[in-house]
Ligand binder design. Structure first.
Ligand code: SAH
Ligand code: SF4
Length: 422
């Protein structure tokens, strides 16, 4: 099978020691992306066929019906195509051997199954990998937008951190993505594409041999967990995020357990219960402070949905139990939210909610105004949390040297002047 990636542009072995900025990529703006040559002009104006990969199963059935497939054959054809896309990972219709030529041709004329272009691949000294991907242009895009996606391998598992938006509407003051203007939501296809690209790059298809790399998982699934902790606020892109979760969990395809798919939100309270009901995914809350006045500054959505409202939504999260706890993320910011009193209040605040606490050492980025708490203080803070019965609460930062750690992601994509003016 062929994985038709434009790997000429990949800086495949870009193992870096320090200071490589995720944001340090050439800016693609409408002004500089399509200059001079007729080829470049054509490429810039070319409309992209909708991608079949990442389209909900029901949508695929409708497409097949529109292409003239008889009702009684639709289920079988859908199953065949689903298999080729998600089990085999093909990027060329000719490889769908049990799908007849006529249907393959019709599909190819109307729908793409290609991957996004990898603009840059970086591999951290700790094995973490980060890809900057350029999505094919959709209607309304002046250029192909870029997003980052991070793979965090461990010995027996691997976590893929996906983006849900290009940029973010919210502007949490400690987050790099928050400094990038919201460009647009990603489609479910563009969310699923991140998984496909990751599988291509780590050699995770049945036709590929398991790569012997001690930094990759030695046993178990290479991508065992997905977290929506990349760029963007997933609950502000509800439909596409929901559809993508349901595709990730589809037992005939990617087949990830819903308990291994975690959605992290800054606290978009009005969609919390709904996403739990409609996907059964795990929930992570970016809490970061126990005081409304501090949280108003750190996570400004708190002005709309305060701590009390947020915690009430957590108590009501469908399926929440000691076996299915909510993760509370708490970034450690020196002299802002890291006092022992804060730790005690945190324990008191979460009383009665089946919870895990994740203390995240603040990951700095160029221009950030905060400092990470001293290690000694993080340990003291963690001790209070530990004593209250929460196990191993400190999250080890991964991929800091390639700016792949929590909150360090950002791309150079900008909203075009034309779209902004609307
Ligand atoms: N928008 C969602 C998901 C993406 S952010 C959310 O806010 O939850 C993923 C996690 O990284 C969040 O908990 C976020 O608060 C945290 N984060 C953001 N910037 C960070 C930074 N500089 N250092 C450490 N964690 C950060
Ligand atoms: Fe957006 Fe999450 Fe960053 Fe806040 S922390 S700006 S919600 S990506």
């Amino acid at each position: 099978m062929s994985h038709t990636l434009d790997i000429a542009k990949i800086n495949a072995n870009a193992t870096t020691q320090n200071g490589v900025l995720g944001a340090a990529v050439a800016e693609t703006t409408p002004e500089n992306s399509a200059e001079a040559t007729p080829e470049a002009t054509e490429a810039a104006t070319k409309t992209t066929l909708p991608n079949l990969v990442g389209m909900p199963r029901e949508a695929l059935k409708t497409i097949l019906s529109e292409l003239g497939i008889a009702d009684k054959a639709i289920k079988m054809r859908t199953a065949q195509i689903w298999h080729w896309l998600y089990i085999a990972g093909v990027t060329d219709y000719t490889e769908m051997r049990n799908v007849n030529k006529d249907l393959r041709q019709k599909l190819a004329e109307n729908y793409s199954i290609e991957r996004p272009e990898i603009v840059e691949e970086q591999i951290s000294v700790d094995g973490t990998r980060k890809w900057l991907m350029r999505m094919p242009k959709l209607a309304g895009d002046a250029v192909g937008h870029e997003v980052e996606c991070v793979y965090i391998p461990e010995q027996t598992r691997g976590t893929l951190c996906v983006s849900s938006q290009v940029g973010c509407t919210l502007s949490c003051t400690f987050c790099h993505t928050g400094t990038q203007r919201m460009v647009r939501n990603l489609t479910s296809q563009e969310i699923i594409a991140q998984i496909m690209v990751a599988r291509d790059r780590i050699g995770n298809w049945p036709s590929m041999e398991r790569v012997k790399d001690q930094n990759l998982p030695q046993t178990g699934r290479m991508i065992s967990n997905i977290v929506y902790m990349g760029m963007g606020e997933p609950l502000y892109n509800y439909e596409h995020v929901k559809n993508a979760i349901n595709i990730m969990a589809d037992g005939d395809g990617i087949a990830l357990s819903r308990r291994r798919i975690t959605l992290s939100t800054s606290g978009v309270v009005n969609f919390i219960e709904k996403i739990g009901e409609e996907t059964g995914c795990m929930l992570a809350i970016s809490l970061h402070s126990v005081k409304d006045d501090v949280r108003d500054i750190l996570v400004p959505i708190n002005k709309k949905f305060n701590l009390e409202t947020l915690l009430e939504a957590c108590r009501n999260y469908p399926g929440v139990s000691n076996a299915r706890r909510i993760t509370f993320e708490y970034v450690m910011l020196k002299d802002i939210n890291d006092s022992i009193d804060d730790a005690k209040q945190l324990v008191a605040l979460l009383k009665g909610i089946p919870a895990k606490i994740n203390l995240i050492p603040f990951n700095p980025w160029p221009g950030s105004e905060y400092e990470c708490s001293d290690w000694e203080q993080i340990e003291k803070f963690a001790e209070v949390i530990n004593r209250a019965g929460y196990a191993s609460p400190i999250r080890t930062p991964r991929g800091r040297d390639i700016m792949a750690a929590c909150g360090q992601l950002k791309s150079a994509s900008k909203i075009s002047k034309k779209v902004r003016a609307k």
